[in-house]
Design a protein around this ligand. Structure first.
Ligand code: G4P
Length: 545
């Protein structure tokens, strides 16, 4: 069922929607996400010089180098949105934090994209984070494009890499091009669509677009560039086999998330980057409809609506404030417009809306579906909130994920109390970690914190200290498994395995905490009729209350 429009006098230009692409790059750390981002900006004309140390440092500074911790640990803990134009498209690239362990922040960013590019280190194949990120994309039905990176180094066999996608991730893989050589002998790719070889030249430090010669496979220049005749013959055979084998490319299967188009290349020296970008833009979709509680809302719906998918305070020490990132779903956003904050029912004027290119802030006058608007300074916004001109539009809650690590965070000194509390309240609102209350009244009063990965606790401690001047003491708790229980079921006297306990989440929903998987299995076998889940049960009512 479609959500009916209430007003018809402000049509949203179709071409503004059609030219937008909103996506994220996902990868295991070190596979090349940052490098590829940088190269996209180079091809989009937003970076004059990529790859050079200065440009790279600059990029790091403009994208994700806001926090000392990032420098210290070499990780990115904040994320941003890069917007750039390329060949008539307006591209919104949402940066996902590249932790070595997992964070919910990444999941949430993925609720705001229409597609993902998965970067794989072709020397390593599918790694643990790739698998998790892929799973999140698949659950949401997000189309996934694959970039087999680092072909300039020794790699796994390209056919084995494709097999891995099919066998490990369970998605059909369609190679859009085929590598011409590997390691130092990697000279380019053969494009299956145009049936042309793209032979690249390196530029110093990959600072400029790679000059490319496009020619037929039979052209002697292809053979000359490759290491020797045997390599050329092997490649010709592989290509013949590819063409003779599989089914034809079906763009609808890509949009349905059932097939991933695979591109080979080396981001570092720009080999294959443009083919990836062009292919992605051709086969990915413009922003589409999104489900709300009253039906699906199309981007062309004349009323503005959007949802908050990320909140972050103190992103930039020069502007110590709080930004809520809103993904526009329908209608046109205009500066100073008044919308309803649907959860509270309050009318809000959106006067302080900004676009960020790293540290640079720019006031936004208008934005269209697919765009991300940063609303500065409103303390009432929470993750998942809907902002809409038509208050009957309510987007679904953004799911929380079952934490796998638990700890208490204590305030070690009385004089610290206020700073500690302010900082904790803010960080919980940002969703950096989740908090739980133990059902056992004798339990300590400090809330129990839960995170998907232990690094999140470090981030909380670090940010408490650096942004709020509050020290803290972390004490690990024994649980490693959390499951939400049916909120409608009586849970008070349930038999629990040893070490397990009952708690409630921030919304008061019951949660079971176990010390291990065995405990969970015990609980399930003794309570076979109780519904349990690794994500919270939806709250049915009170959406606009
Ligand atoms: P990430 O964001 O996914 O964590 O990866 P990032 O782009 O930072 O790349 C990780 C390392 O891999 C970097 O090397 C980067 O230069 C290198 N890299 C990226 N793409 C390619 C590629 O196509 N080929 C090769 N050979 N290397 C690639 P680093 O030494 O850690 O950093 P830097 O000193 O180069 O900045």
């Amino acid at each position: 069922m479609d959500h009916a429009a209430t007003m018809t006098n402000k049509p949203v230009p179709h071409d503004e929607i059609a030219r937008r692409r909103t996506f994220a790059i996902v990868s295991h750390p070190d596979a090349g996400k940052t490098t590829l981002t940088e190269k996209f900006l180079l091809y989009g004309g937003s970076l004059q010089l990529a790859g050079s140390v200065t440009a790279r440092k600059n990029l790091r500074a403009t994208t994700s180098d806001w926090m000392e911790l990032e420098k210290k640990r070499g990780i990115s803990i904040s994320s941003t949105v890069l917007q750039f134009d390329y060949h008539g498209f307006r591209i919104n690239l949402l940066d996902t934090p590249g932790h070595k362990d997992f964070s919910e922040d990444t999941y949430r960013v993925l609720t705001a994209v229409d597609a993902a590019i998965m970067v794989i280190d072709a020397g390593k194949g599918i790694e643990s984070q790739t698998r998790k990120l892929f799973e999140v994309c698949r659950r949401r039905g997000v189309p996934i494009f694959t970039f087999m990176n680092k072909m300039d180094r020794p790699t796994l066999d390209p056919l084995a890499l494709l097999d891995d996608l099919e066998n490990v991730l369970g998605i059909a893989a369609y190679p859009m091009n085929w590598p011409l050589g590997t390691g130092v002998g990697f000279k380019g790719v053969w494009d299956r669509h145009t049936k042309m070889a793209h032979l690249y030249e390196r530029t110093s430090g990959g600072a400029h677009r790679a000059p490319v010669l496009t020619t037929g496979l039979a052209d002697p220049v292809v053979r000359d560039r490759l290491d020797d005749d045997a390599v050329y013959r092997d490649i010709c055979e592989e290509i013949e086999m590819l063409e003779g084998a599989g089914a034809a490319f079906d763009p609808d299967e890509v949009l349905a998330g059932r097939t991933t188009p695979v591109y080979f290349g080396a981001a570092i020296n720009n080999f294959g980057v443009q083919l990836l970008l062009d292919g992605f833009l051709e086969y990915s979709a413009a922003p589409g409809a999104r489900m709300s509680r009253t039906g699906s809302v199309r981007p062309t719906h004349p009323d503005f609506s959007g949802f908050v998918f990320k909140i972050q305070a103190n992103m930039d020490p020069r502007h110590r404030d709080r930004i809520a990132f809103v993904r526009v779903v329908s209608g046109k956003f205009e500066r100073d417009m008044t919308v309803t904050h649907v959860r509270t029912g309050k009318k809000i004027r959106l006067s302080n809306a900004t676009k960020l290119f790293g540290r640079e802030r720019q006031i936004i006058d208008e934005a269209y579906p697919g765009d991300v608007v940063g609303i500065v300074g409103n303390a009432n916004f929470a993750i998942g909130d809907t902002l809409a001109e038509d208050p009957t539009i309510v987007y679904d809650e953004i799911p929380r994920f079952a934490p796998e690590c638990f700890a208490y965070l204590e305030n070690p000194s009385a004089s610290n109390f206020k700073r500690f509390r302010t900082g904790m309240t803010q960080l919980l609102q940002e969703g950096v970690v989740q908090s739980f209350h133990l059902a056992d009244r004798a339990a300590r009063r400090t809330p129990l914190l839960g995170a998907v990965g232990p690094l999140q606790f470090e981030i909380v401690q670090y940010r408490l200290e650096s942004e709020y001047g509050a020290s803290s003491r972390l004490q690990n708790a024994p649980w490693t498994v959390a499951r939400w229980l049916d909120p409608a079921a009586p849970v008070k006297d349930l038999p629990l395995p040893s070490g397990a306990c009952l708690a409630t989440d921030e919304q008061g929903r019951p949660v079971l905490l176990c010390t291990d998987e065995w405990g969970l299995q015990y609980f399930q076998s003794h309570n076979p009729n109780l519904q349990i889940a690794d994500v919270p049960f939806a709250i049915e009512s009170g959406a606009s209350g």
